[in-house]
Design a protein around this ligand. Structure first.
Ligand SMILES: [Zn+2]
Length: 319
């Protein structure tokens, strides 16, 4: 978690007017819908996500829920009260089983700021590092989020919510909901150092959180650096799941294992090209200018994420 805020703030500065003036997406207008992936297994996706993803546009947070004979587990609590309420309405439309668990895939506010609106009897599951981060940095994190997602989107109202169940670094947890089980696991540093992957092994469904933003052409955001660890984590995840797994990314329509491979390919290419630039003695600015990788273009945020965030992160990581 080192230097996280510094990195976030410099990322915001790099992003400049494009992100500062207009929210990446608008938490006051996004509409969520549920999509059944298997018996008892649902993704929750912003409406229009398929078309937006195909055009490389950024999409609001994706989540889901799993319904067992005894209980329901929810993935993510979304950015604000409005979206958390929509999520719980979608669950109520499918089942009257009680929601007993909610897991955040990371501390990022668009995945966890809705925690305070979750009913008291629900056990909140977080990575220990995510819980520690929000306990210590919530106010600064809210300022960063307001900068990127706008004022008046419900971020001002967020208060700290304590987790009930913590997953330790490298840890895993299996939650039996009655007739169906959910696995929650830390595969290593994926974006924040407190990243959880959630899966239903019997249904071959995997939620990745932000580690996979969306299908190609979306790219990973190395907000906290760690190029090599991130790539290695994604390789471990890719190896752990069968090729027919349905992948619910952090911000996009349901996709497949090729989305994970696309991210691995991108990070491998960044490592090779930035590594070569460093070996030749190029400065950061020279490296950014050289390592353009147009073959990975197409993402609407490419002009910020690649030269402004990922290449500097890779340069610092490899140097
Ligand atoms: Zn996110």
């Amino acid at each position: 978690m080192k230097n996280l805020l510094t990195t976030l703030i410099s990322a915001a500065a790099i992003s400049g007017s494009a992100l500062a003036q207009e929210p990446v997406w608008d938490g006051n207008t996004v509409m969520l819908e549920s999509q059944k992936l298997a018996d008892g297994v649902y993704a929750v996706i912003p409406t229009g996500a398929e078309e937006m993803a195909a055009n490389g546009y950024p999409i609001a947070t994706t989540g889901g829920f799993v319904v067992g004979n005894n209980a329901v587990l929810v993935v993510e609590s979304m950015l604000n009260e409005r979206l958390a309420d929509q999520l719980f309405d979608l669950i109520a439309a499918e089942t009257d089983k009680p929601v007993r668990y909610l897991v955040n895939t990371s501390f990022h506010g668009d995945h966890s700021y809705g925690n305070q609106y979750v009913p008291e009897e629900v056990d909140l599951i977080q990575h220990a590092n995510a819980a520690a981060y929000t306990r210590e940095h919530l106010e600064a994190d809210k300022q960063f989020m307001i900068q990127n997602f706008g004022e008046g989107r419900g971020i001002e109202q967020v208060v700290h919510t304590d987790a009930d169940i913590l997953v330790a670094e490298g840890g895993a947890l299996t939650v039996n909901l009655g007739g169906i089980s959910v696995e929650i696991k830390d595969y290593g540093f994926a974006q924040t150092g407190g990243d959880l992957f959630v899966s239903v092994p019997s249904a071959h469904v995997l939620w990745t959180g932000n580690a996979i933003v969306a299908e190609k052409p979306a790219l990973p955001w190395l907000l906290d650096g760690h190029l090599v660890e991130t790539r290695d984590t994604l390789k471990a995840v890719h190896a752990a799941f069968s090729q027919d797994t349905k992948v619910v990314p952090g911000h996009g329509p349901v996709t497949d294992m090729d989305a994970i491979q696309w991210n691995i390919d991108y990070l491998n290419t960044v490592e090779a090209e930035v590594g070569a630039a460093i070996a030749e003695g190029l400065s950061l600015d020279e490296t950014v200018a050289r390592v353009q990788m147009p073959e990975f273009g197409g993402y609407a945020l490419f002009g910020w994420v690649h030269p402004g965030l990922n290449i500097p992160a890779a340069y610092n990581d490899l140097k």
